[in-house]
Design a protein around this ligand. Sequence first.
Ligand SMILES: Cc1cc2nc3c(=O)[nH]c(=O)nc-3n(C[C@H](O)[C@H](O)[C@H](O)COP(=O)(O)OP(=O)(O)OC[C@H]3O[C@@H](n4cnc5c(N)ncnc54)[C@H](O)[C@@H]3O)c2cc1C
Length: 392
Amino acid sequence: MMDYDIIIIGAGPAGLSFAKLLSATKLKVLIVEKQDEKSLANPPYDGREIALTHHSYNIMSQTGMWNKIPAKSISLIKDAKVLNGNLNDPLFFDHRKSGKENLGYMISNHLIRKAAYEVVKPLKNVTLMTGVEVADVRTDDHCGEVTLKGGQKITAKLVVAADSRFSATRRMMGIPTAMRDFGRVCIVCRMALDRDHDETAYECFFYDRTMAVLPLNGRYCSVVLTIASEHADDILKMSPAAFGRDMTKRMEGQFGNMTLDTELFPYPLIGTYADRFYANRYALMGDAAVGMHPVTAHGFNFGLRGADVLAHEIQAACDLGLNFAARDVLQRYSDAHRKATWAMYMGTNTLVALYTKTTPLAKLARKSLLMLGQHLPPAKRIIMNQLTEARG
Ligand SMILES: Cc1cc2nc3c(=O)[nH]c(=O)nc-3n(C[C@H](O)[C@H](O)[C@H](O)COP(=O)(O)OP(=O)(O)OC[C@H]3O[C@@H](n4cnc5c(N)ncnc54)[C@H](O)[C@@H]3O)c2cc1C
């Protein structure tokens, strides 16, 4: 007799969303999380403002997460401008061409995490074990066994690892993973603006850094600055006033004065992509499967998508009275999720490589790419559909 049907390792936004998406199956689920319950119930602000696609909106609505987010904390991205080297001649993405009223949404990461906790906590079929770290995972043809740091062993038919892009259990299960250390740091913060942003997102590929200025309700924005690691300290040591002046100057006064509204939060940039998203009675979820560079804002969007696909596969197997942890079920999930994510993962890495090089050839290639996007409507439409997931 097994202790649980499914053990989920990690109560990050992906693991929790997956638990909620499974609720229709009535399977007995255990989530093991090393953070304490207080930090799940009330996660601190971490500087991340997450850009969400229409597909994510649909999944979050279906799980009830969307309704848990205060309406005033949901900002719209109506349009987007991509800039190369300076603020002239942007590649413009117009929401009217997407067939939607906006390109996407912005919600703080800590509010998404809080909402995910709140929809999972009341579920009768889900047990949340917090403040405990998973030390080992093994699976065989009959079951999966998770060993906690204190030595306790727990069994289940399936183990799902949503334990971050640095997943230790992925390594234990022998799944090779491509890792790309970009040698860059992403610094995020919220800033107050003197002038309206018109709900427009700016993605600025300057020569020494990339900078995203993303619209938040009122005259606020989220700034995502990507810079070579050796220069990150220079920025982190700036006084708030100096940082504000620097941003105002770099944005050429477009928003009037820009004033720092939070501290600066640094994140080292490492992209990861697992060779496969499953092993025997084991599946990878969220960043543990695909750890994206944030420039294309797809990490959590992909996490939600994957959680939804695996939950559907499991539900379909249960409906037919089949083994939901069988290899073919997990393989179908893995194949579908790779198909949905591989091109964007590779495209993002290529874009990052191209837009951080300053050789004359790279500058020419950058310019040509933007011109292609601007003057070739089908190319622009494809990029827009990929970025907004407007077609689900
Ligand atoms: C600066 C920045 C901006 C971003 N912007 C966007 C954006 O605009 N749009 C977007 O879609 N995505 C964005 N992302 C990505 C998004 O934040 C991540 O994809 C998402 O948070 C990953 O969620 P997760 O649940 O997979 O992993 P995590 O949030 O890393 O959670 C993993 C959980 O597993 C737990 N854990 C790990 N190991 C163990 C263990 N052995 N035992 C028990 N528990 C364990 C951890 O404590 C943690 O709670 C951004 C990321 C960054 C850094």
